[in-house]
Design a protein around this ligand. Structure first.
Ligand SMILES: [Zn+2]
Length: 107
């Protein structure tokens, strides 16, 4: 079944509204396999990141962590997305800078 562009825009607006009002998570997919994105919003500043045709077209730092036995959050998985500006603001507070390595091969 084909989906027209106007339908996608309407769905995206509904998703962003739901995210902004806290009714939905920060990352939403078009399909059940979770391979095509509908929307991504930065958890820190609520910036709507650019998603086109199910593909994220803007830098996004996605963090997902499974808390383990020695944590008070044992059994929980926490995840969030940050835009690049919020990543910069977060990491500049580090007393020890994040490790940076240059990639030898870029795809
Ligand atoms: Zn942000």
């Amino acid at each position: 079944m084909a989906v027209c562009y106007n339908d996608i825009v309407t769905v995206r607006e509904k998703i962003f509204h739901a995210i902004r009002t806290g009714e939905n998570n920060m990352r939403t997919y078009i399909n059940k396999k979770e391979t095509k994105l509908a929307a991504v919003v930065c958890n820190c500043c609520k910036k709507e990141l650019l998603v086109e045709k199910g593909i994220l077209k803007e830098e996004c730092i996605h963090v997902s962590h499974d808390f383990g036995y020695f944590s008070k959050r044992d059994g929980e998985t926490h995840s969030f997305d940050l835009c690049e500006d919020c990543y910069d603001k977060l990491t500049e507070k580090f007393l020890i800078p994040a490790q940076v390595r240059a990639k030898s091969e870029l795809l």
